[in-house]
Write a protein that binds this ligand. Structure first.
Ligand SMILES: [Mn+2]
Length: 212
């Protein structure tokens, strides 16, 4: 079997569903595993999810907006709004290991530019070189100033795999795959297997969080 690249959508601390998905995919040490970010917050255990992630030597993670928020709180930067309960919970749960995990997360990139695809948490502004993209957009973008989804004017051949848009659900286009199928809201956790672009999902065990 040729090596697979498996990219996971937004896990949001739903570590049990992540385990279900890893089992369903029969993941091995040979697979190249990638998280689109937002591993943390909202779901049952940020700590357990990060423990699992750290143990997986073949997993690479990129930053989601929720990791960026935790990093900002760790560095005592103003996040521009009150600290959410689920952020307080995650920090409390990480306890003495908060520093350790933040030092690790701080090393995660904003994107992975691979031969087979670009992995980014939210999206890009089409037409702007990757290195000139605003990091804030990379982790939060959904629509452009004209209100259309960012990927509609994206015409490059290179596949972009992203997450971050649970309300929209799975997106499968010729050059864009959106993987946030809303697990933490009681829907599904999804992954894409490359090169065949097969989508594999497992159901959420429950709705952990109201849709915000
Ligand atoms: Mn997100």
């Amino acid at each position: 079997m040729t090596a697979r690249t498996i990219i996971f959508g937004d896990i949001h601390a739903c570590y049990q569903e992540w385990q279900d998905l890893l089992e369903k995919l029969k993941v091995t040490a040979e697979d190249r595993l990638i998280s689109v970010g937002d591993l943390v917050c909202k779901g049952p255990s940020t700590l357990r999810t990060l423990e699992i992630a750290k143990e997986m030597k073949n997993l690479r993670c990129i930053l989601g907006n929720h990791e960026v928020h935790l990093l900002n709180l760790w560095k005592k930067r103003d996040i521009g709004r009150p600290v959410k309960d689920y952020q307080k919970e995650a920090i409390k749960e990480l306890g003495d290991d908060f520093n350790l995990y933040m030092q690790w997360i701080e090393t995660w990139p904003y994107y992975l530019d691979l031969e087979e695809c670009l992995v980014v948490h939210a999206g890009i502004i089409p037409g702007i070189p990757l290195k000139k993209q605003d990091p804030k957009n990379l982790v939060t973008l959904r629509t452009l100033s004209d209100n259309q989804p960012w990927y509609i004017p994206y015409k490059d051949q290179k596949l972009i795999v992203h997450g971050h848009w649970a309300a929209q659900g799975l997106v499968v286009r010729k050059n864009v795959i959106g993987l946030d199928s809303g697990c933490v809201y009681g829907k599904e956790l999804s992954a894409v297997v490359l090169p065949e672009r097969k989508i594999v999902s497992v159901p959420a065990r429950k709705a952990y969080c109201p849709i915000s």
